[in-house]
Structures are given as C-alpha cells and as structure tokens.
Ligand binder design. Structure first.
Ligand SMILES: Nc1ncnc2c1ncn2[C@@H]1O[C@H](COP(=O)(O)OP(=O)(O)OP(=O)(O)O)[C@@H](O)[C@H]1O
Length: 289
C-alpha cells in the first residue's frame, strides 16, 4: 500500500533561490587545499549527486554545507539566507537533515520508536523526557504523530520490521531507517552520506527507488555523496564531480558522462587523442621504424 504524503514544504517557484548553496567555497587544512572555489546549488525537489575519487574533497564540502566546518573562504546559503556561520543545529532548525555513512541507531529502540523520537525532537521536545521515564509512554501518542509515523513507515517500506529493535537489522534496513528518521524531522533538504555504502546490488536498487519516491512524496531536496557512480548517474537530476578539491564538471548525468575531463580524471578512461596528435605520433613511428 502506498499512502500519499503531505509535502511539508510550500511549493517553490522557479525564481526561488536554491534550497542549499555553496558559493566559492575554499577549505584549507594548513598547507593542504581540500576545496578550491567550489560552487554547488541544490534546487527545490532536486536530487544532486556529488562524486569524485578518494580524497577529492566530497566529505569536506558536505561538512561545510551541513555546518560542521567553517570554510576558509566562500559562503553557504539556505533559501538565499547566508548560513556560513550557523551551527549544524541552527541549519537543522532551518530544514537541513542529514544521514551518516555508518547508521547511528539506538540498539534497543524499535524501528517505530526511532521515528517517534525523531518526530518529537522536531514537534514535541518536551514530551521526550517524560516519555522516556514513563514506561514506554510512546504508546499514548497523539493521532497526528501516529499518522505521520505510519506515513513514513509506509513510504520507506519499513512496515514488516517496524516493531523490531534496531540491533540486528540488516544494513539495508538500517539505512532506510536512517533516511526515515531524517525525514521525520520534516526537512527541506536531506543530505545523504554514502547511502549505498556496504549494500549489495539489490539493496542499492531498493534504496534508490525509495529515495526517488521520497523526493516525489515529501517535496524534499536531496544532496548525496556517493562512491557508486552508476547509482548517482542513474538517479540524480544533476551531478558534480570533484577532483583534488576542484570541481571539474557539473551538469546533467548525460553531460557529466560525456565530459572528457571526468572520463580522464575519474572514470579512468583516456581522452581520445585529437587527430593532430595522432598524426604526429604516426609520423614519429614511421621515422623510427
Ligand atoms: N580535518 C582534516 N585535517 C587535515 N586534512 C584533512 C582533514 N579533512 C580532510 N582532509 C584532507 O582533505 C582532502 C579531502 O578529503 P575528503 O575527506 O574531503 O575527501 P573525500 O572526497 O571525501 O574522500 P573519500 O572518498 O576517501 O572519503 C584529503 O587530502 C584529506 O586528507
């Protein structure tokens, strides 16, 4: 069964500023330039993929955008508001939610309880502590909370395991739970750190399908760091490629797939030699023969 979810975000017109934007971001760690003058924008209900070889600067850009790191230069904006100096908590209050590469779940709480807790963090903070000492007071939840949690469980296809404790969940389910938990906070932008890490092909496909449905049903924007290039190219509206801290390409998956610099630097393919170079090489070979 699939329940239509109410989109928590008001529709945004085409002229609206990006939901999340990095502008001219440079990050230095001592003498090392981890990011150099990088731009990246995440529009309304857009899926944006960020890829690049190891050490390219993806995690650093993620940290700058989520507020864990303050850039050496450049700015970060949410809906046109400068949030460069804002903490991760303040950005969360503005509608930024993120997952981590290694799901950080409470082993004894059930799948459903994780979502109830996350929902209350956003909507009813004062109830969290009374419920925790009130013998699983989670069960006396108000209707709107139940409805919202049911919607998330349905949307992320967690129904069959909703009463299981997080301990012992397969990694694919744990990742879906992490995404559901991030969505329970009703974000405008969801940042995903390696959503397919450690998953097999079937689980990766499942996560990709669920993510596409999430964007459609929740009206949320997604930006993800991901090593699985095919996954990113297959599901993103736009893809950005970092190499040695520099953004070497950005565009639609088709544009990025064809980009010679990406193919050379990232996909390990040689750029086809221009005709002149080929001719020169042939002459050289002829002379030495
Ligand atoms: N806190 C730090 N202090 C010093 N150098 C750092 C720090 N964080 C990252 N770096 C360096 O910055 C560069 C970019 O690292 P980053 O982790 O952002 O790359 P990445 O693209 O996420 O790599 P990976 O795919 O391996 O996770 C690397 O050379 C890394 O060693």
């Amino acid at each position: 069964m699939s329940t239509a979810l109410h989109a928590p975000n008001a529709p945004v017109t085409d002229t609206a500023p990006p939901r999340l934007e990095a502008r001219g971001v440079t990050m230095r760690f001592g003498g090392l330039v981890a990011l150099k003058d990088v731009d990246l924008a995440v529009g309304s209900q857009e899926i944006v993929g960020l890829v690049g070889p190891n050490g390219a600067g993806k995690s650093t850009l993620f940290a700058v955008m989520s507020g864990l790191l303050k850039p050496t230069a450049g700015r970060v904006f949410m809906d046109g508001q400068d949030v460069t100096g804002s903490s991760p908590q303040k950005r969360a209050a503005r509608g930024l939610s993120r997952t981590f590469q290694h799901p950080e779940l409470f082993s004894s709480l059930t799948v459903r309880e994780h979502l109830v807790l996350a929902y209350r963090m956003k909507n009813a903070k004062s109830r969290i502590w009374t419920d925790l000492v009130n013998f699983r007071g989670f069960f006396s939840a108000p209707k709107t909370e139940d409805t919202r949690v049911d919607e998330l469980i349905d949307s992320l296809q967690l129904g069959a395991i909703q009463h299981q404790p997080a301990a012992g969940l397969p990694l694919g389910s744990a990742r879906l739970l992490e995404i559901a938990r991030a969505l329970a906070r009703e974000p405008r932008v969801l940042m995903l750190d390696e959503p397919s890490s450690g998953l097999d092909v079937r689980e990766t496909e499942e996560v990709a399908e669920v993510l596409k449905a999430v964007v459609r049903d929740h009206g949320v924007s997604v930006v993800m760091v991901e090593h699985d290039v095919e996954l990113v190219l297959g599901m993103s509206d736009s893809v950005h490629v970092l190499d040695f801290g520099v953004k070497i390409a950005g565009g639609t998956p088709a544009q990025v797939r064809q980009d010679p610099a990406v193919r050379a630097a990232y996909l390990g393919e040689e750029i086809e030699k221009p005709a002149v170079q080929r001719a020169e090489a042939e002459i050289e070979q002829g002379e030495t023969a």
